[in-house]
Structure formats: C-alpha cells, structure tokens
Design a protein around this ligand. Structure first.
Ligand code: GDP
Length: 443
C-alpha cells in the first residue's frame, strides 16, 4: 500500500502548459473529485494512457486542460498515476497542486516518484542516476552519458559480470561440500578463467572513466600567460563572442571571465586569468590571486605566448604550469610568423587562424580515444564500486593460486555485492537516500 503523492512535474513559471502528477494507490479517486470530463466517459472509466479534456476544479478557480491515467504497473512509478495537464503559470499550477493536496494527496519529497520507480523495480539505481544527469545536463555529451545509464546499458553490463561471478561461486560452493579435498583442478581453472574475464572487463571500463567523467561534468580550462599575449582574445575566439574585454594596455584582464564552449558535444568551461606578475594595483592583485586559484583547480591549462621573445616572465609562468596538464599555445602568428618549436599549436586570435584546430587539440587532450558509443563510466560512484570489485577479484585470484576455496568464494561474493551497489540490488539505504536527495521535487 502506498499513499498518493503529488507534485508539479514541470518548472514553475509562465508557460503554455504545466503537469501535476499524482502517484499511489488511488490517484483516480482524487481525479474524480476535481476533473469534469468534456466527453461522456466518467473519470472512473478512463482508458489508461488516453488523454481526456475537461475542467480542472481547483476550488477557488477552474482551468480547462487534460487528464491522463496510467494504470499500475505500466506507469513511470509502477503505481497508478494520474497527470493533470493545465495551463502554465505559477498561480494555476499551484492551484491544481493544492487541490490534489486538499483531496488527500501528500506533497512528494525530492525524487520520490523516481525512488518509487526504483523500489517497484521499474528502474535500476544507475538508471535513476542517469535520469537525474539527463535533467541536469548542460551539454549534448552530458545528455548522452545520462541516457546511457538511464536506458540500463550499464546495468546490463554489470549484470552480465555478476552472472559470471555467480557461476564461479556456484562451482566453488560445490567444491566446498567436500572440504577435506583440495579444490578440484578443473573447477579452479574454470574459476580463474571467469574471474579473469570479469577483471579484464572491469579494468577496461575503469579506463574509460577519465573521458566519461568529463563528458558528463564538463572540463575546466584556465588560460594563462603574461599580460597582452592575447588570452582574452583567444577566449573570445573560442567562445565566438565578446565576453572578455580586449585591450592593448597590459594587465587589464582583472576578472576571471567564465564562458563555456561546446566542442564535439563536450562542455569546456573557460577561465581567462589576469597575467601572473607582481602588481601594486590592489584590484589587479586580487585577479592575480584568483588566477592562481583557477590554475590549481582546472583540468587543463592553456599556456599562451605571443611569439615575442620568450622572456623571464614567460619562463616563470611555464615553470608553474609545466607539471600540470597544459597545452602551449603560441598566439599572434599573423604578427610573428616564426613558429616556436616548444609550442603545441600556433594560432591567431585576431584572424581566427587555427582556432578550430585549437578546439580539437583541447578536446583530444581530455578525451581519450575511447568509444563513447560503447560502454563507459561517467559516475564516480560507479567508478569507485568497480575499483573495489576489481581489488576483491585480484585477491580472489591470489587465493585461487593457493587453492583456498572458502576464502576465494568470500572475495568473489564480495565483488558480486559491490557490483550490485551500482544497479541498486545490494545498495544500502544510505546510498539510495543520498542519490535521491539530489533530485528535484516532482521527479
Ligand atoms: P591578454 O592581456 O592576454 O588578455 O591580451 P588581450 O586579449 O587583451 O590582447 C592584447 C592585445 O593583443 C590586444 O590589442 C589584441 O587585439 C591583440 N591581439 C590578441 N590576439 C592577437 C593576434 O592573434 N594577433 C594580433 N596581431 N594581435 C592580437
């Protein structure tokens, strides 16, 4: 038995339409009391999945809209669900919601609809995570990464690996029925083979995380170089707008200017920094400090020079970035065409020459040659679980060598459990609550 929970499923604000959703044991009973169909079909006779027009009675006012009923278990939550499609706008939407509450529904908590879908076996835990990722996506890459999880592709891969481990456990169990004997050579060979298959598969997946993570979260790129080398101009050229102020007076870029560029569907957040140099100007010193901070927290640094003589300041900045992940960009090749051999790429922000190539170099730096059309990891939680699982399998393989079947089985079972946390089969209440706390109300 589950109570009826209700929430606004669309974003609040002036809009053409809004959706209020109720899920639970008897949402249709609430609909009966507040929806007057235009046609002859009474609410209690609504055919599932069909939209009906009618008046939505909100107590103090009435709207004209639609109502649809999804019958359990063929609904998003796996329970009976009713949706009201009313006109958008704060007052109407809240009015419809309040009426559902007056008629007995309870306001849904964060992510409660999706949590119910998980509890009722409609979605795995990783699928729920994919769904929230999709909703929060700001780039095509993030949508794709979310969709991959949402559509249970990782779940399938994890379950395949769990099946192999389970087979291995069954064989070991059979062996343990005869504890006085050593593990039979045949079953040990089989077990080792199975563990190796899973281990290799997990290692392959772990290697995709570096790229998968940035596809989902975006990449923080800091532009650094001495004043006037053209950092703001490169940033503008990459962003294709005039966000940073470009001036030929040294040291005018005081703020960290943020902008985002989409390269091959991946979001790159760019930070222009004040040139690192000693400054007596207080405001500029703040900028210098900020730029050092930005440098330390970025995934990638563009170290920019302008083809003029490589002086002490350039060397000083280079010494700061050289142990980090950086790309050496020589700017102003229109003015100083002699190529600096140390540079990874030479461009002109002014003419736009090789700016598109620069985008590709930036992309290649953070995205490995992994096939994002196949399996990959993008959630840290999944990555950590797989890392633990592979550690357990490695211990199991050592135990297999010394033929202690009981210890071996314990490790394999633990690896199986850890993999189950990804899909939610063995996830603790704490893990589950933590995931749904990131959802918005109404999802
Ligand atoms: P920042 O201090 O490093 O941010 O440099 P700015 O972007 O403000 O550029 C400093 C000066 O160099 C401005 O006058 C720009 O117009 C000029 N500049 C920037 N990029 C280029 C370039 O590729 N070629 C030439 N000739 N001038 C450039």
């Amino acid at each position: 038995m589950s109570d009826n929970v209700s929430a606004i499923s669309t974003a609040l604000g002036a809009a053409g339409v809004a959706v209020i959703r109720i899920s639970g044991d008897s949402p249709l009973k609430i609909a009966e009391k507040m929806f007057k169909p235009t046609g002859k079909t009474a609410v209690c006779d609504f055919v599932p999945n069909f939209m009906y027009t009618g008046e939505i009675d909100c107590g103090n006012f009435t709207d004209f809209g639609m109502c649809v009923y999804f019958k359990a278990p063929k609904s998003f939550t796996g329970e009976d669900v009713v949706e009201f499609h009313c006109h958008g706008g704060t007052a109407i939407t809240k009015g419809v919601l309040n009426q559902t509450l007056k008629l007995g529904a309870r306001l849904a908590t964060k992510g409660e609809f999706t949590k119910r879908a998980f509890i009722n076996g409609k979605l795995s835990l990783s699928s729920c995570e994919g769904l929230i990722d999709m909703i929060n996506s700001e780039s095509e890459g993030a949508v794709k990464a979310g969709f991959y999880l949402y559509r249970e592709k990782l779940t399938k891969t994890v379950e395949e690996m769990q099946t192999i481990l389970l087979d291995a456990i069954s064989e070991l169990d059979a062996d343990m029925d005869f504890p006085e004997e050593d593990i039979s050579t045949l079953s040990i060979t089989e077990t080792i083979k199975k563990l190796q298959i899973v281990r290799d598969r997990i290692n392959q997946l772990l290697s995709t995380f570096k790229s998968g993570r940035v596809v989902k979260n975006g990449v923080k790129v800091a532009l650094i170089g001495k004043p006037n080398t053209g950092k703001s101009s490169i940033l503008n050229a990459l962003l294709n707008d005039e966000k940073a102020i470009v001036s030929n007076v040294a040291g005018t870029t005081r703020d960290i200017v943020e902008g985002a560029v989409d390269i091959n569907g991946v979001r790159f957040n760019l930070f222009d920094t004040a040139g690192i140099r000693e400054s007596k100007d207080e405001i500029e010193s703040i900028g210098v400090n900020l730029s050092k901070k930005a440098l330390n927290s970025s995934d990638l640094i563009l170290f920019i020079t302008d083809g003029e003589e490589f002086n002490n300041l350039d060397s000083e900045i280079w010494s700061i970035v050289k142990d980090k992940n950086y790309i050496f960009v020589q700017n102003k090749i229109d003015k100083n065409p002699t190529l600096d051999k140390r540079a990874d790429i030479s461009v002109s922000a002014l003419t736009g020459e090789r700016i598109e190539d620069l985008k590709q170099v930036i992309y290649n730096n953070v995205i490995d040659k992994v096939d994002l059309a196949s399996d990959y990891l993008c959630e840290e939680r999944h990555y950590l679980a797989m890392q633990t699982a592979v550690e357990k399998i490695n211990v199991a393989l050592v135990n297999a060598e010394i033929k202690t079947s009981d210890l071996l089985a314990i490790e394999v079972k633990e690896a199986w459990d850890v993999l189950g946390e990804i899909t939610g089969k063995t996830a603790t209440e704490e893990i589950i609550n933590n995931i749904f706390s990131k959802f918005c109300v109404g999802k």
